[in-house]
Design a protein around this ligand. Structure first.
Ligand code: CO
Length: 290
């Protein structure tokens, strides 16, 4: 039925842990809550969601990054982004900012609303050693640039990175051609609806459910994944997800593992301890952003 493809079963569940970051933004961290909760090339996934301005208004004042990419996907709300290069971007509901910190960026990410819901995600994707010291760069992706695909079995998928291949459709998202070949889909399914997407056998993949629940895997083996949980998928080349009784909304993320050592010190992610010490010295001396 699946032309010889092997369905990826649910291998490990990482329940998001409540934490706070920046100047006190409340969030849920799944990947990245410990060094053992990474999935190469993905370092971290934070979900923020609140109707209470006290949970988000302090935002993320000026802070540095080196050695990886940050992907901010805003579902609800309005955030202003500014960096040391003078770039200024207005992130609105449905927009994505794909930032490659490279050798260094100092930026702020500040909510621009005092009422209503602020909801979205920040994903950290590692850079290969050869790209960690390249100049910083950005892509601000308008909601209109993100394809929304109606699924035959009900529901819809937004294609942020990589290519959706389901129901005989092939739809490319705005982000293509990166070293880690990321797939980033936002999928919404009504109760009981199924979704299938091929993912290269050599890539790592996980699902993060943020509304409802889903079962993941081939029908006979499928395991359930609750809201605010990341499900790391086992080897295979096909992802199969079925929505639970209240429907499901989830992110499907996949990427090519780098297979390189990861040494992290807060917002610096390099390959060796020496490179981290250099990053700290460069930040202190101003060299990080020169
Ligand atoms: Co940042």
């Amino acid at each position: 039925m699946n032309s010889g493809k092997t369905t990826r079963e649910l291998q490990r569940i990482i329940e998001a842990a409540a934490t706070s970051d920046g100047a006190g933004v409340k969030l849920r961290r799944s990947l990245g809550q410990s060094p053992y909760a990474r999935l190469d090339p993905f370092l971290m996934l934070d979900e923020f969601s609140s109707f209470d301005a006290n949970d988000y208004i302090a935002g993320f004042p000026a802070h540095p990054h080196r050695g990886f990419e940050t992907v901010t996907y805003l579902l609800d709300g309005h955030m202003l982004h500014e960096d040391h290069l003078g770039n200024r971007g207005d992130l609105k509901s449905g927009a994505v900012q794909w930032m490659s910190a490279g050798r260094g960026i100092i930026h702020s990410e500040m909510p621009q609303q005092e009422h209503g819901r602020m909801r979205g995600f920040q994903l950290w994707i590692n850079l290969p050693a050869r790209e960690k010291m390249k100049p910083a760069s950005y892509r601000d992706i308008d909601p209109a640039e993100i394809p929304v695909v109606t699924l035959r079995g009900g529901g819809r998928a937004k294609v942020i990175a990589g290519t959706l291949e389901t129901d005989g459709q092939s739809v490319a998202g705005p982000i293509q051609g990166l070293a880690t070949e990321p797939l980033y889909l936002d999928v919404e399914l009504p109760a009981g609806a199924a979704f299938k997407q091929p993912v290269a056998g050599s890539h790592n993949a996980f699902i993060y459910v943020f509304e409802g629940s889903a079962t993941v895997g081939a029908t006979a083996e499928a395991r359930s994944l609750a809201t605010h949980s990341a499900g790391v998928l086992a080897a295979g080349d096909l992802v199969e997800v079925r929505a639970g009784a209240e429907g499901a909304r989830f992110l499907l993320l996949a990427g090519k593992p780098l297979g390189e050592p990861v040494v992290q010190h807060g917002p610096f992610v390099m390959n060796t301890r020496e490179e981290i010490e250099q990053a700290i010295r460069d930040y202190q001396s101003g060299e990080l952003t020169r």
